[in-house]
Ligand binder design. Sequence first.
Ligand code: BDR
Ligand code: CA
Length: 316
Amino acid sequence: MHKVIYDTDPGVDDAMALLFLHRHPDIDLIGITTIFGNASIKATTRNALFLKREWNIPAPVAKGASITIDPSREEIGWPTLVHGDNGLGNIEVPETVDLPLDPRPAYRFIIDTVRANPGEVTLVAVGRMTNLALALKDDPEIAKLVKAVVIMGGNFYVAGNVSPVAEANIHGDPEAADIVLTAPWEVTVVGLDVTSITTMSRSYLAAAAAKGDKAVKMLNDLSQFYIDFYTHAVDDGMMVHDSCACVYVVAPELFTTITGSVRVVCGGIADGQTIVKPDGRRFPPGKWDGLPSQIVCTGVESEKVNDLIRETLLRV
Ligand code: BDR
Ligand code: CA
């Protein structure tokens, strides 16, 4: 059983991944931490509580950071064109949801939960990496106590999605991502190299919804806005970015990986670019020395990923 804390900015594809985590039999979802990104922290936290309530998810929700780890970084705003004004594809969501939040900020919830379950917690982060970086800054020893970290973010051998070289989750807080990727823990990076080719068609999701319960029907409804946005890049379907990271936790054999040190460009025209130095490649002594080796996904069996998502969403 994988004990998972899900760090998320719901977000349409975040919502699908949340239902996947909640319904997968090998996953024990022990916490949901929110982060700004696809919408403001107020909206993503409200959305997490809304999904928790609608889908009867027992895991507590802790509210995360509202701005980048470097407060002087310029705010880049919310991608309302992608996830809608409310972050959930503009389906009807109440202004507020009457459910209690965990009293702790997300980074503290992460630290406490990892310390209470040494060697057992997998952190799955599918938004800006700010909460994870804050947890590491406050308590660096958690790096040794976490079982694994799996992130959706970055791009290595394909173009970015918010600039020619950068992916949204990393570009939204590059300094935080660089802290996370250079810390002495094992990070698996599930980036655009695999998520941009893992697309689910509108009809595939609709067919699942027709068979599924009201949670899957709601997921189908809230995905329509996002699918409409993705028509520029996908043939009537959506990239299931965040679900790919969750699938990796239970089915890593569906992914091809390399290992290497990963850094993030912070500032300038390549702001937010992720770079991997594959293990074994040697360069003159410099900035690539002494970094931890991380796991970078470079290939994926997309159809099998979709089938696993579908099969899991349909479990009740
Ligand atoms: C990432 O950015 C967000 O729009 C998605 O939720 C995903 O986590 C893809 O670049
Ligand atoms: Ca996300």
